[in-house]
Design a binder for this molecule. Structure first.
Ligand SMILES: [Zn+2]
Length: 491
C-alpha cells in the first residue's frame, strides 16, 4: 500500500460525514481528505485499492496514560482506584527517560493496533516532570505517527495528604512512614512543565502539550489555579480525574464543603479547554455547570469496571449538553487500550439501569469515540471523513465474521468490532499499520525491551512495593468505611 503524499483510495465502503456509508473514492493529499469522489477519480494518481474494506475515521482516545504500558499486569486484580494510587510509587518509580519513551512506544503500538489514531495522554514521571521526559514521550508518539496531547500528570499532595482522615486511620508505624512522604513544590513542577512546553520538540498538529493536574483533591488550590492560568495562557487543554470514585465525591464535601466541579468552578478551572476524566459521580448541578462553561467529560468504562468505580451517568451528561469523549484509561487499569471495546461498553452500559429511550445508541457512541474525543483533545477536524478533515482512517475487512452478513454497518461496528477485522490504519495520509504490523515501530524489539525493563524496575521497586501493597489494603478499607458512613448520592 502506498504512503505517498497524494493517494486515491478506491473501492471502499466509506462512512461519510459520520452519517452514512457509501462507495466513494477518497482523494488524500498532504495528510488531509482533499476530496470525496463519486466514481474512480483521476487516472494519473497513486491508488490504494480498498476493495473489500469498510473505511471509518480513526478512533480518538480521550484519556489514557502512556506510563501504564510498562505497568501492565502490575495492578492487583481486586484493587480499587485508591488502592491502585497508593501503589503508584512502586509501579511508576525509578524510571529513566528511556523507560518513559519505551512505555509511550508500547502504548502507541497498542493503540494503533486497535484502531486509535489520536489520544490524550496524562503522562507521569516521578518525582516530577522533566523536559527530557516529556519530550521523550512527545517524540515517541510523533515517531510512531500518532497524534496526541501529552499532558504531564502532576500533583502536590500524596493520597495520604489528599484524603481527610486517612493518615489518622493508619497504624502508628505506617503513619510515620507514609505521612513523611511529600511531593515536589508545585512551583517547581509547573516551571519544569513550562520549560518543556517552550521547547516542544515536535509539530503541534501531531503532538501538542496539555496540562494534567491529576486529581483535584491531590492538588492544592493555588496549584490548581496556576494550572488554569497556564492552560489559558498557552491555549492548551487541561484534564483532571473528576469524580472518578465515590470516595472523591465524599472527600470533596469533607474538604471543600461542596462538589468537586463547583470547587473547580470557583477556582476558575472550568472552560472549553477543561475536561474531566471519568465523571462517574457527577450530579446534575455539576453537569449543568460543566455544560455552561463549555467543559467536557471523558467516559472510561473499561477502568471504571475494572476498579469498581461505578457506571458514569452518560445519558444525563449528554442531556446536560456536555462534550463527551470516550477513553480507555491506562493499560494497567483497563487492561487494554482498545477503543472499540470502550465504544461498545459506552453503548452497552447505558442500558443497565435506564429505559430504552435513554440508552446510548450505536451512532452516539461512535460519535463520542471520534468527534467527541477529538473535541476534548482540542484537535480541529479529526474524527470524521469529510472534505478538509484529517486523513486518519481505519480499514476494516468486510469479509470478517463481524460483517457477514452485512446489514447495519455502524451498528455492527459498534456492537461487534474489537479490532480483529482491522487491516490497515492511516494517520495523516500515511499507512502506519498493515499486514498485522505496526510499520512505524519495531514491535519485537519493544517487547524484548519491555520484559527486561519491567524486571529491572520490579527489582528496583521491590522494597517500596512491599510497603505500598500493605498500605493499599488499608487505604481500600478506609475508603470503603468512609463511603459506607456517608449517604448515597441521588443518581
Ligand atoms: Zn486515568
Amino acid at each position: 500500500m502506498p504512503s505517498a503524499l497524494t493517494t486515491l483510495i478506491r473501492g471502499g465502503l466509506v462512512l461519510v460525514e459520520n452519517d452514512h456509508f457509501e462507495h466513494v473514492t477518497l482523494l488524500v493529499q498532504d495528510g488531509l481528505i482533499f476530496d470525496i469522489i463519486h466514481g474512480d477519480g483521476p487516472d494519473d494518481l497513486p491508488v490504494m485499492d480498498a476493495t473489500g474494506r469498510i473505511i471509518i475515521p480513526g478512533l480518538v482516545n480521550g484519556h489514557t496514560h502512556s506510563h501504564g504500558a510498562l505497568g501492565r499486569g502490575g495492578v492487583a486484580q481486586d484493587a480499587t482506584l485508591e488502592q491502585f494510587l497508593a501503589g503508584a510509587p512502586a509501579l511508576n518509580g525509578k524510571r529513566t527517560v528511556d523507560d518513559l519513551r519505551l512505555s509511550a512506544q508500547l502504548s502507541a503500538a497498542e493503540m494503533i493496533r486497535k484502531g486509535c489514531t489520536a489520544c490524550f495522554d496524562l503522562s507521569v514521571e516521578l518525582p516530577g516532570p522533566s523536559v527530557a521526559g516529556l519530550h521523550a514521550v512527545a517524540q515517541a508518539y510523533f515517531n510512531a505517527g500518532m497524534r496526541a496531547v501529552v499532558a504531564p500528570m502532576i500533583a502536590d499532595r500524596t493520597i495520604y495528604q489528599a484524603l481527610p482522615g486517612l493518615l489518622a486511620a493508619l497504624p502508628d508505624d505506617m503513619r510515620r512512614v507514609l505521612g513523611a512522604m511529600t511531593l515536589l513544590p508545585w512551583t517547581q513542577t509547573l516551571a519544569d512543565c513550562e520549560d518543556a512546553f517552550a521547547s516542544w520538540p515536535v509539530p503541534n498538529d501531531h503532538v501538542r502539550p496539555g496540562i494534567g493536574p491529576a486529581i483535584p483533591l491531590h492538588c492544592s488550590d493555588e496549584f490548581l489555579g496556576a494550572c488554569a492560568d497556564l492552560s489559558a495562557r498557552r491555549g492548551i487543554p487541561l484534564q483532571t480525574h473528576l469524580a472518578e470514585t465515590r470516595m472523591q465525591q465524599v472527600a470533596a464535601q469533607q474538604r471543600y464543603g461542596t462538589t468537586l466541579t463547583s470547587h473547580l468552578g470557583a477556582l476558575g478551572l472550568l472552560s472549553p479547554r477543561f475536561s474531566g476524566a471519568h465523571g462517574v459521580w457527577l450530579d446534575q448541578a455539576e453537569a449543568a455547570l460543566l455544560a455552561q462553561t463549555g467543559g467536557g467529560v471523558v467516559h472510561n468504562p473499561l477502568s471504571n469496571l475494572r476498579l469498581g468505580s461505578g457506571i458514569a451517568p452518560v445519558r444525563a451528561l449528554v442531556d446536560a449538553g456536555l462534550a463527551i469523549g470516550v477513553g480507555t484509561d491506562a493499560a494497567n487499569t483497563s487492561d487494554t487500550q482498545n477503543m472499540f471495546e470502550a465504544m461498545r461498553l459506552t453503548a452497552g452500559l447505558s442500558r443497565v439501569h435506564a429505559a430504552p429511550d435513554m440508552w446510548v445508541s450505536a451512532r452516539e457512541a461512535f460519535k463520542m469515540a471520534t468527534e467527541g474525543s477529538a473535541r476534548i483533545l482540542g484537535f480541529d477536524r479529526i474524527g470524521r471523513i469529510s472534505k478538509g478533515w484529517a486523513a486518519d482512517l481505519l480499514f476494516l475487512d468486510r469479509a470478517y465474521c463481524h460483517y457477514v452478513p452485512l446489514r447495519d454497518v455502524l451498528s455492527q461496528i459498534v456492537f461487534s468490532e474489537n479490532g480483529a477485522a482491522l487491516r490497515e490504519v492511516m494517520i495523516a495520509g500515511r499507512i502506519v499499520f498493515a499486514e498485522n504490523k505496526v510499520l512505524t515501530l519495531d514491535e519485537a524489539a519493544l517487547h524484548r525491551a519491555a520484559q527486561e525493563t519491567a524486571e529491572r524496575l520490579d527489582a528496583a521497586n521491590h522494597d517500596i512495593r512491599l510497603l505500598t501493597d500493605a498500605a493499599g489494603i488499608l487505604v481500600r478499607s478506609f475508603c470503603h468505611a468512609t463511603c459506607t458512613a456517608h449517604p448515597q448520592p441521588t443518581h
